[in-house]
Design a protein around this ligand. Structure first.
Ligand code: FNR
Length: 194
């Protein structure tokens, strides 16, 4: 059996009925068993302020940094807000980037999924986030690209996916990501030796 890997899941929407969160859950449910997904909450992170970067930084920052640092890979599922990512997701990227030299993101393989209630699929948000992650040397899955349009029409009232085509696509996305993670995460034995 292939080695298993943990994936931190960050969702760029705070609302209870978020389509992005449902899409994140669907990817987790459909992906191969060697990926273990753990949702990491980001809505409670205080705005990044270097003055708070003391021996006792905000508890939520410490919790968040620990959860991301402990994962092998990261899945971002985010709606587009005004042609970019929602502000609190950018804040999470910033919180995880400090203290200087200790970014929790460095080298972790990532999958970016953008969503939109409209027809464009959040292209702007997807590529702004891609630009941020390149700074941390994070390899981001290139294919398939995942832009989920018309996100509010994809689920029934019970939260189940209604489209077979979307279900098949998200299953393929999970399979591609599992292979990508396996190729981009150093073997655990190598990491222990490093
Ligand atoms: C949006 N929405 C939106 N949609 C889009 O395709 N491009 C955009 O730039 C924006 N901008 C935007 C800004 C703000 C402040 C809000 C609240 C919404 C609409 C967005 O796609 C819709 O609200 C989704 O339902 C959000 O995703 P969740 O919350 O369902 O995951």
């Amino acid at each position: 059996m292939s080695q298993s890997h943990t994936v931190a899941v960050l969702v760029g929407s705070l609302r209870k009925d978020s389509a992005s969160r449902k899409i994140a859950q669907a990817i987790a449910d459909l992906a191969p068993a060697q990926l273990a997904f753990r949702f990491v909450e980001i809505g409670d992170l205080p705005h990044y302020d270097p003055d708070l970067e003391t021996d006792a930084p905000p508890e939520a920052w410490t919790r968040f940094r620990g959860e991301v640092a402990g994962a092998d890979a990261v899945l971002f599922v985010t709606p587009e807000y005004n042609r970019s990512v929602p502000g609190f997701l950018k804040n999470a990227v910033d919180v995880g980037s400090r203290p200087w030299g200790k970014a929790v993101w460095t080298d972790k393989p990532a999958l970016i999924v953008s969503t939109s209630a409209g027809g464009l699929g959040g292209f702007g948000a997807n590529h702004h986030l891609r630009q941020m992650l390149s700074f941390f040397n994070m390899p981001v899955l290139g294919q398939p690209e995942v832009y989920i349009a018309n996100s509010l029409s994809l689920f029934d009232e019970s939260g189940a996916l209604v489209s077979e085509a979307t279900t098949d696509f998200l299953r393929t996305v999970g399979e591609s990501f599992a292979g990508f993670v396996a190729r981009n995460v150093p073997a655990k034995a190598d990491r222990q030796a490093a």
